[in-house]
Design a protein around this ligand. Sequence first.
Ligand code: SAH
Length: 339
Amino acid sequence: MNIYDMTYDDLVDYFKTINLKSYRAKQLYDWLYVKRINNFKDITNIKKEIIEKLDNDYYFGKIEIVKRESDELVHKYLLKLGDGNTIEAVLMEHDYGKSLCISSEVGCNMGCKFCESGRIKKIRDVTAGEMVEEILVIEKDLKIRISHIVIMGIGEPFDNYNNICKFIEIVNNSNGINIGSRHITVSTCGIVPKIYEFSKFPYQVNLAISLHAPNDKLRNSLMPINKAYNLKELMESIDYYIKETNRRVTFEYIMLSDINDTYECAMELARLLKGKNCYVNLIPYNETENIGYKRSSKEKILKFYDTLKKNNISVTIRREFGSRISAACGQLKTTKEGL
Ligand code: SAH
């Protein structure tokens, strides 16, 4: 098993089975995530026989950087997993910290019409340990510490639910990578049963919903998931989530020219979200070679923004990041041959 797949509690249990105290888990997490060893033989405060046992029972995952493209404050990585599949991850240097956008699946089955990442169907889940490795390998490459995680790369996190929960548990642990739960955001296209389940998840992470349309007709035409869980069901699950967690939800809304950026859409959206503890993040659409949608004009985006504001909806416009190196939202892809 990949050692990075082990939560802190898993390691406590493991050491228990070989009659060792729980502080051994703390020691091992320190070697893995503070000292950053990648060979058990480098451990100096655990007995040789135990090191050998660890070495027999676990391996160090082998994510490799195939390529890095940088554009000032954005760095896009093509990463190769142990079995040769590739994913992408993007590091953004904000003034408030360094944020990593990680991929949760190899390919994606959600089939959103505007998104590049879904053009290759899901090949497999990214494991929790591999998501951890996305962080480790990029921190090492740039000699930095990442402060924020967004699970918004390739894949639908709620289609890989157990792994993303485990991943959050691992990176949040204060003996290890120690990224605060409020600095972690999960974005979903709206897999309703998992939103209910996530309401019970005991970490205070942020939830973002890819909404992109204020009515079923339009949303059905953009996002096939809406045919499985329509807007009414989606909104009920979000109300439940807000009630259970007391947390504010983000609605992401990409601005597609002449599709979802009209005054009527803005009014309909305002009505849909009225009174909810939420805010809307308007995302200028990133055009890709293979998909025909166009980005809304600046004026249209600002008008949409104003309409929401006037109707008392909190709203921001997403700052643009990484489009020159195709590292922006919806431009990441799984490839066989590389970039
Ligand atoms: N599957 C998850 C997370 C990945 S996508 C989800 O759907 O939320 C992250 C965000 O980028 C989503 O809101 C997605 O809808 C949006 N997106 C996809 N393609 C885009 C594009 N070309 N331009 C801008 N945003 C895009």
